[in-house]
Design a protein around this ligand. Structure first.
Ligand SMILES: Cc1cc2nc3c(=O)[nH]c(=O)nc-3n(C[C@H](O)[C@H](O)[C@H](O)COP(=O)(O)OP(=O)(O)OC[C@H]3O[C@@H](n4cnc5c(N)ncnc54)[C@H](O)[C@@H]3O)c2cc1C
Length: 347
């Protein structure tokens, strides 16, 4: 074993999932339930993040039922949204009525995402094949023989290698795994951004969740028991302009749209009370970046095997092969790799 590899602790698993968000935790649960030896890595020490995907839809609740999780899940504190009301100008109407859905739960459950993730983690831990590593941040891929053989991660206890047959990037929209794997994103474009904020709720406020639409303005108010979780839709990239107009102007605009007493908006004390959600609509491309770079993981984990550093214009597979004793690897990265015309390289 080389120097770096011996310094880093090594974990092995059949499947390594990077990211303990809703996607990673649910997949971790499903694989563990199917008996697959799975480790989920989460870079944070807990799941506490505000204003995330807190709405759990009837179709998701149906899946929870099929998995036998629904009853336990609904024991956790949550709100149930059975109707969605809207107000367009002065006219109030029911926009959605979930009572007709052919599902067990005819409502959207509102639950903080950290409770949902804690619940999934607890359910997954019932299976011996499940491991969750918190405070474990994946930084690179381990590439061997042109295939991804695991990941390199940083933990408070030092570097960790996780070797796995399958690595899954569920690490969110700014995915490190996607970037290191050279996977392209197709940006489909979105015309809006959203500002999230909390406004105190009073006993005589309308009980149901409300969407308010008025001349170029949309405000959605989600009933969270003792407060309204509000989403104020703005023009894409328009947040800086709103900041320049000042917080009092924003408070005024929201109070008018929500038909609330302006004093209630004083709860928004500074800009840290307002979270910008930059809306993105994108899809992974079927292709990888044509110009691929050598893997930092393969370079840093095998220094003693490296004869000379591979050129930066080589792809991961070729670079990894160059740092390895086994040099017969074929390049599978496709066009773009500038490795000299060697019989071992097919790109
Ligand atoms: C302000 C805001 C409001 C939102 N409101 C709603 C809403 O009301 N309803 C709704 O349905 N959706 C909402 N969303 C979207 C919803 O939160 C996301 O769709 C959902 O969280 C995506 O899940 P995910 O598991 O794919 O990614 P994420 O939730 O982003 O999870 C990725 C996880 O990976 C971890 N991670 C990242 N990099 C690494 C790494 N290198 N190593 C280890 N771990 C890593 C992160 O810490 C995170 O826990 C909102 C999002 C935001 C930002």
């Amino acid at each position: 074993m080389d120097q770096t590899a011996s310094a880093a602790a090594v974990l092995t698993a059949r499947c390594c999932i990077v990211g303990g968000g809703p996607a990673g935790m649910m997949l971790g649960f499903l694989l563990a339930r199917a008996g697959v030896d799975t480790v989920v890595l989460e870079k944070h020490g807990d799941f506490l993040r505000d204003f995330r995907g807190d709405t759990i839809h009837p179709s998701t609740l149906e899946v929870m039922h099929e998995l036998g999780l629904l009853d336990d899940f609904l024991e956790r504190p949550h709100n149930e949204m059975r109707q969605l009301e809207g107000q367009i100008g002065m006219e109030r109407l029911v926009i959605a009525d979930f009572s007709h859905l052919p599902t067990r739960c005819k409502f959207i459950a509102l639950m903080p995402q950290w409770d949902f993730l804690d619940f999934l983690a607890a359910q997954a831990r019932r299976y011996p094949s499940f491991r969750l590593e918190m405070e474990c941040e994946a930084s690179d891929l381990i590439v061997e023989d042109g295939r991804i053989a695991g990941i390199v991660a940083a933990t408070p206890r030092g570097a960790l290698q996780i070797r796995a047959d399958l690595v899954i990037g569920a690490d969110g929209r700014h995915s490190t795994i996607r970037q290191k794997a050279g996977l392209e994103i197709i940006d489909l474009g979105a015309p809006i951004d959203v500002l999230w904020m909390r406004i105190p709720k009073h006993a005589d406020d309308p009980p149901q969740t409300l969407g308010r639409i008025d001349t170029g303005r949309i405000l959605v108010m989600l009933d969270r028991g003792d407060y309204w979780q509000c989403a104020f839709v703005i023009r894409k990239g328009g947040f800086e302009e709103i900041r320049q107009r000042g917080l009092p102007a924003l408070r005024e605009e929201i109070a008018r749209l929500a038909a609330l007493d302006r004093a209630r908006l004083e709860e928004l004390r500074d800009w840290s009370d307002i979270k910008l959600l930059t809306v993105a609509v994108d899809r992974p491309s079927a292709t990888r970046r044509t110009r691929c770079r050598p893997s930092a993981a393969s370079a840093s984990t095998s220094p003693s095997r490296m004869r000379s550093p591979p050129p930066t214009s080589w792809c991961r597979g070729c670079a990894a092969a160059a740092t390895s004793v086994r040099r017969s690897t074929r390049c599978s990265a496709g066009a773009g790799c500038r490795r000299a015309s060697s019989s071992a390289c097919s790109c």
